[in-house]
Design a protein around this ligand. Structure first.
Ligand code: ADP
Ligand code: NI
Length: 232
């Protein structure tokens, strides 16, 4: 086993331990926005939120472990299909780890509805827990780090930058383009996440994380304005 920490409950659940051993080597290492630490943070929040949503904590951790098994690049037109591909890829691993057919069906369904871009609503408590846990990780300091990691990966393929120097917050009403401008992603997606959270705990945490990102964007705009004034 690698030096990566184990997910929650793995020491008391041989099934989670087996699942982690199977999927951990399959997770990408070259994409900092979807690395093992993302998966482990989502497991931690999934376990925390499970009781409040009426979901089984062991199944919530299992769903989090497999939710990003297939990672389609964000600037690919097939991106919205990532959750469905992860759901399909997870089935065999869940069965091999010893989950029952009914449990596998629940976890696969939760993973299927996880994606924001695909826009599916969760159909049960497990899906609500997984969506909340995954979406929290797009917010706050860690969300900012992941946002910038994505921007760097886009820059290898198409023109991309941290923000539009002429209008960092899109205040002019220009079209938002979150592949070109990383900061636009806040207005395209991130600012909508808090109000869509299913559990009260995730909603409160999301609001705190969103406030941090708004403060960051305010500083970014101020610094960009100073730079623009100096250039005049
Ligand atoms: P997940 O894989 O966890 O379901 P996403 O793939 O939608 O979530 O996003 C992964 C991370 O990358 C998140 O932090 C998200 O905000 C960020 N991200 C997604 N799309 C963009 C984009 N167009 N520009 C910058 N960051 C992005
Ligand atoms: Ni994820």
């Amino acid at each position: 086993m690698s030096s990566f920490p184990s997910p929650p409950l793995a020491s008391s659940s041989p099934r989670l331990d087996a699942l982690w051993r199977a999927v951990q080597p399959l997770l990408p290492t070259a994409d900092l926005a979807h690395d093992r630490d993302h998966v482990l943070r989502v497991t931690a929040w999934a376990r925390r939120l499970a009781p409040e949503a009426g979901a089984d904590p062991e199944l919530a951790v299992a769903a989090a472990l497999v939710h990003d098994l297939v990672n389609i690049p964000k600037d690919s037109p097939d991106r919205p299909l990532g959750s469905e591909a992860s759901a399909a890829a997870s089935r065999g691993h869940l069965e091999a780890a010893g989950f029952t057919p009914a449990e596998v069906a629940q976890v696969v369904e939760a993973v299927r509805t996880c994606s924001w871009s695909r826009g599916h609503a969760p159909t049960g408590p497990l899906g609500r827990v997984l969506q909340d846990a995954d979406r929290l990780d797009a917010l706050g300091a860690v969300g900012l780090a992941r946002n910038l990691a994505c921007a760097q990966s886009f820059a290898a393929r198409s023109p991309s930058r941290f923000y539009d120097p002429a209008d960092p917050l899109g205040s002019s009403g220009r079209p938002l383009d979150d592949v070109r401008n990383a900061a636009d992603h806040f207005f395209v997606k991130l600012q909508h996440l808090a109000r869509g959270m299913h559990t009260a705990t995730a909603r409160a945490e999301a609001a705190r994380r969103q406030a941090f990102m708004e403060a960051f964007l305010g500083r970014l705009a101020a610094e960009a304005e100073v730079a623009a004034d100096l250039a005049d």
